[in-house]
Structure formats: C-alpha cells, structure tokens
Design a protein around this ligand. Sequence first.
Ligand code: HEC
Ligand code: HEC
Ligand code: HEC
Ligand code: HEC
Ligand code: HEC
Length: 231
Amino acid sequence: MQKRKQTNRRRTIGFLVGITLSVAVLTILLVPQNSWMISAGPMNSGHEKLDCEECHRAAQGTIRQQLQANVQYLLANRDKSVYLKRQPVSNSDCLACHRRPKDNHPVFRFFEPRFKKARQKIQPQYCNSCHKEHSGKRVTMDLTNCVVCHEKLTLKKDSVDVSHKTLIKHKRWDTCLGCHDFHGNHKMKLKTKILQMHDKKRIVAYFDGENSPYSKEKHFKAKETRNDTNQ
Ligand code: HEC
Ligand code: HEC
Ligand code: HEC
Ligand code: HEC
Ligand code: HEC
C-alpha cells in the first residue's frame, strides 16, 4: 500500500516536471522573430531579395492557439502536434514561383515506386535535396548524381563523337552536365563533340553562383513573388 502511494507520488512529480520542461521548451521555440533571423545563412542565387515569408509560410491559427494545441498534444489529448508559427518549406513553396509546364526532371515523378532506391540515395523528390537553401549557392548536389538513375542508359542513335555508351563505360559521370542542363529550361542546341562541352570547373562555378554556362535565354521565368499573377 505504502509503496504504491510512493510510486504514484513519484509519477505525479515526474509528470509535473515533464510539463514544466515542455512549456519551457515551447516558450523558447516561440521567442521573437529576431533570434530566428540570426540563425539563417546566406540566401541562394536569385533569392537575395525575397521576403522570408515567400518560403516560410505562417502556420495556421494564432500563436496562442498553436501553443494550446501543443500542450494538449503533450497531455495526450490530441493526436497530432501543430507547427509553431511556421510550416516547413516544401516543394509547393518552390513551385509557387517556379512552376513550369515542362521540366525534364519534375520532382513529382520521383515519388513513383520505381525510384525507391534513388530516394534512399539522393531524395530527388524534393527541390531542397539539390538546392539546399541558405547555403549561398545555386545548386548543392554532387554533379555526378546522374549515375543514380542513368547507369543503364542506351541510345538508339547516338550523335555524340564519344558515345554515351563509352562515357558510361568509363564512368565519366562528370561530363553529363557539360552538355545537358538538368531541367531543360535553357534554350540551347545540344553539342555533339566532346571537345565542345563545358568543363567540370565551369559547372561547379555555376553551382556555386556564377552565370549559367548554357545560355542566357530560358523557356520559363520565375515569379518575383508568389502572389504575382501576371506570369
Ligand atoms: C527561397 C525560399 C526561402 C526563403 C526566401 C527563406 N528561406 Fe529560410 N529556409 C528555407 C528552406 C528550404 C529551409 C530548410 C528548412 C525547412 O524546410 O524549413 C530554411 C531554413 C531556415 C532556417 C533554419 C530552420 C528554421 O526554420 O529554424 C532559418 C532560421 C531560416 N530559414 C530563416 C530565414 C529567414 C530569416 C529568411 C529571410 C531573410 C529566410 N529564411 C528566407 C527556404 C527559404
Ligand atoms: C517568391 C518566389 C520564389 C520562391 C518561393 C522561390 N523562388 Fe527560386 N527564384 C525566384 C526568383 C525571382 C529567382 C531569380 C530569377 C531566376 O533566376 O529565375 C529565383 C532563382 C532560383 C534559382 C537560381 C536560378 C538561376 O538560374 O540562377 C534556383 C535554383 C531556385 N530559385 C530554386 C528555388 C527553390 C528550390 C525554391 C524553394 C525552396 C525556390 N526557388 C523558391 C523566385 C522564387
Ligand atoms: C536531383 C537534383 C535536383 C532537384 C530535385 C531539383 N533540381 Fe533544380 N537544378 C538541378 C541542377 C543540377 C541544376 C543545374 C543545371 C540546370 O541549370 O538545369 C538545377 C537548376 C535549377 C534552376 C536554374 C535553371 C533553370 O531551370 O531555370 C532552377 C530555377 C531550379 N533548378 C529550380 C528547382 C526547383 C523549383 C525544384 C523543385 C521543384 C528543383 N529545382 C529540383 C538539380 C535539381
Ligand atoms: C532520380 C532519377 C534521375 C536523376 C538523378 C537524373 N535523371 Fe535524367 N532522367 C530521369 C528520368 C526518369 C528521365 C525520363 C526518361 C524516361 O522517361 O525514361 C530522365 C531524362 C533525362 C534526359 C532526357 C530529357 C529529354 O526529355 O530530352 C536527359 C538529357 C537527362 N535525363 C540527363 C540527366 C543528367 C545530366 C543528370 C545528372 C545531372 C540526370 N539526368 C539525373 C531520371 C533521372
Ligand atoms: C558532348 C555532349 C554530351 C555529353 C557529354 C553527354 N550527352 Fe547526353 N546527349 C547529347 C546529345 C547531342 C543528345 C541527343 C541525342 C543524340 O542525338 O545523340 C543526348 C541525349 C541524351 C539523353 C536522351 C536520350 C533519349 O532517349 O532521347 C539522355 C538521357 C542523356 N543524353 C544523358 C546523358 C548522360 C547521363 C550523360 C553523362 C554520362 C550525357 N548524356 C553526356 C550530348 C551529350
């Protein structure tokens, strides 16, 4: 009897300490905008002038409602927690400005079952995997990632002087972006001679923020703001 009382009391204390800690953590998560601003890294190429809210959408409800909902969640009265103040940035945020009627590698395709292995390796189903924001760059993926999906590539008719078959046999995955872009958004004619391709250094420089080596002209332009309905 005595023992059970003790365990009960211990449980109550543990419970109260838990709640106090949780509320403290939640409060820290809710500290003003400022501390949040400081922790952001440099914006990626082209994003220097965007408002934070263009990507970081407010979560639903007032902060008080969000806080209450999360306390209810911690008390096990709710199945799900809610996002505090901001939702995570997702493909739909990027597509709000970058939606294109045509893309050689649209992210949604990579949710298909046959890309399971690719998803495990490089998560190609998210814009963020290859364009990690706040890194001050344009592209953050490894430039040889084409290997993940094109290892078995065969062309019926190959007009390149050093054939795709040969390039792949010698594992020259560093050459692909020397001729091809990834999304197919640059207006250009594909080169057919290996000596005409852009070298790897130029591609890396482009990834890091320098001008595009492919062409200045694009098929589709990004919107300046997601509420822009003119384009
Ligand atoms: C082009 C879209 C974009 C813009 C604009 C943007 N961010 Fe981000 N930010 C991201 C993405 C993507 C992440 C990765 C984490 C995630 O998915 O929420 C991130 C993460 C962060 C993080 C770390 C994770 C977190 O939520 O605490 C901070 C801090 C942050 N951003 C602050 C800012 C601030 C401040 C601004 C405005 C100066 C800003 N961001 C503008 C896309 C953006
Ligand atoms: C509010 C609109 C907006 C949102 C949201 C947005 N972008 Fe952008 N983005 C732009 C604009 C404008 C540019 C600069 C013009 C351009 O280069 O097309 C740009 C440039 C870029 C570039 C470089 C393009 C180049 O050729 O230099 C990449 C890559 C990019 N955005 C990816 C993303 C990703 C990934 C996200 C989601 C995390 C995102 N963007 C969200 C508007 C947006
Ligand atoms: C598997 C990696 C990968 C994913 C996923 C990816 N990109 Fe890219 N992206 C690249 C590479 C590589 C380049 C550079 C080659 C080029 O310009 O096409 C690039 C270039 C770009 C550019 C600049 C050239 C252009 O097309 O205008 C924009 C803008 C862009 N990506 C936006 C996005 C958005 C938005 C998403 C998600 C809907 C996304 N990317 C998903 C790899 C990726
Ligand atoms: C996550 C898988 C994946 C990755 C990574 C990937 N691709 Fe692809 N790529 C595809 C798929 C799927 C197609 C469409 C072909 C098909 O339907 O079988 C494609 C098509 C293409 C095409 C033909 C586009 C057209 O329609 O004319 C080119 C060129 C190409 N990829 C180049 C690249 C290059 C260069 C890289 C590396 C930067 C790369 N791919 C990385 C999956 C991928
Ligand atoms: C010297 C330039 C060059 C290089 C390097 C190159 N390609 Fe190509 N690629 C082309 C051309 C040109 C075509 C158009 C088809 C043709 O006429 O041969 C093409 C076509 C393709 C296609 C479309 C095939 C189809 O069914 O239409 C894919 C996918 C592709 N290349 C992927 C790659 C990959 C992956 C690499 C790297 C191993 C690569 N390419 C390296 C020039 C190049």
